[in-house]
Design a protein around this ligand. Structure first.
Ligand code: NAX
Length: 333
């Protein structure tokens, strides 16, 4: 059997982590032959809850989990980590804007980036889930200069899954029959869920989403709005932010990054912009990416961009630039 992978989950006493750690531990991310050392990090005021979660994880008696460490010490948590799922942050409550969260949360990611820089493996792979996810991931990377920027990502897979599910329900197919939807930009209400290159497989035939849905107004209107505002709709209904679906999407994100996506397929991930599609270099922006079995990825090139898409891609990039400026101000003071 392979050497155990050390996987860190932060925000381990919170609701997303509660679903996430079981899925990771049961082998649905790294496969049934990959042993794991799980590290669970939360903050001191949550120590007793964390201890309870640790008890439950032990009681799951998962054969792949060789060791579980629960800690409130950042340095201990980040030491020699292979994969970090950075979930811990203050969640958005009903009526709260994302920018209100920014000031509180960037400080967490500055500190975790610095810890990672000192003690994590240099080939660590990082997904940031805690909001504002894109900017937090970028801040984390800035404070971990010894780790390649390409190793940092943020979660937009939940948005991709939401888009896929909306189209699948509309057309009446299983979600896996909707392929190559794209989320461009920020994990916020300015994100652009784009189906202009997406396909639907129905009755053995592969057609474009536009051909399958036969309602351009819906695709350019309510569909986009529904996906953009889904997080808020869940909060309104549940009085809590998305958790089960966020945990599942985090697993999808890391699994595809770890094992590579199928031939001809791509997935959406927030990654560092290399200037592709004229998105400013250095922003943490969600692109369609092709992941490979060596745990690398490349941004899918050469997709045609309509004027409609261009305006939306630029608007979400502008929001990210503003968020970054605000975050840097917090970090530097
Ligand atoms: P919870 O409040 O249930 O859990 C968050 C946990 O993080 C708490 O236990 C808290 O003590 C812990 N925490 C805070 N600071 C920490 C630190 N410095 N180190 C370690 N742990 C720390 O929130 P939950 O519902 O689990 O959501 C977590 C984050 O995910 C929030 O920021 C939320 O907004 C974000 N989300 C991101 C999504 C995405 O697609 N990118 C979707 C779901 C979710 O809204």
């Amino acid at each position: 059997m392979a050497e155990p992978l050390k996987v860190l989950i932060t925000g381990a006493a919170g609701q997303i982590a509660y679903s996430l750690m079981f899925q990771v531990g049961s082998g649905s991310v790294f496969g049934p032959n990959q042993p794991l050392k799980l590290v669970l990090l939360d903050i001191l005021p949550m120590k007793s809850v964390l201890d309870g979660v640790l008890m439950e994880m032990m009681d799951c008696a998962l054969p792949l989990v060789k060791e579980i460490v629960a800690t409130v010490d950042e340095t201990e948590a980040f030491t020699d980590v292979d994969v970090a799922m950075l979930v811990g942050a203050m969640p958005r409550r009903e009526g709260m804007e994302r920018k209100d969260l920014l000031a509180a949360n960037v400080k967490i990611f500055k500190s975790q980036g610095a810890a990672m820089d000192k003690v994590s493996k240099k080939n660590i792979k990082v997904v940031v889930v805690g909001n504002p996810a894109n900017t937090n991931a970028l801040i984390c990377s800035k404070y971990a200069p010894s780790i390649p920027k390409e190793n940092f990502s943020c979660l937009t897979r939940l948005d991709q899954n939401r888009a896929q599910a909306q189209v699948a329900a509309r057309v009446g197919v299983d979600t896996q029959n909707v392929g190559n939807t794209i989320i461009w930009g920020n994990h916020s209400s300015t994100q652009f869920p784009d189906v202009s290159h997406a396909t639907v497989t129905k009755d053995g035939k592969v057609v474009s989403v536009y051909e399958a849905v036969k309602d351009d107004d819906w695709l350019k209107g309510d569909f986009i709005k529904t996906v953009q505002t889904r997080g808020g709709a869940v909060i309104k209904a549940r009085k809590l932010s998305s958790a089960m679906s966020a945990a599942k999407a985090t697993c999808d994100h890391i699994r595809d990054w770890w094992t590579g996506c199928a031939e001809g397929k791509w997935v959406s991930m927030g990654v560092i912009s290399d200037g592709s599609y004229d998105i400013p270099k250095g922003l943490m922006y969600s692109f369609p990416v092709r992941t490979k079995p060596d745990h690398t990825y490349e941004i899918v090139q050469g997709l045609s961009i309509s004027d409609f898409a261009r305006a939306k891609m630029d608007a979400t990039a502008k929001e990210l630039q503003e968020e970054l400026a605000a975050a840097m101000e917090v970090c530097e003071h």
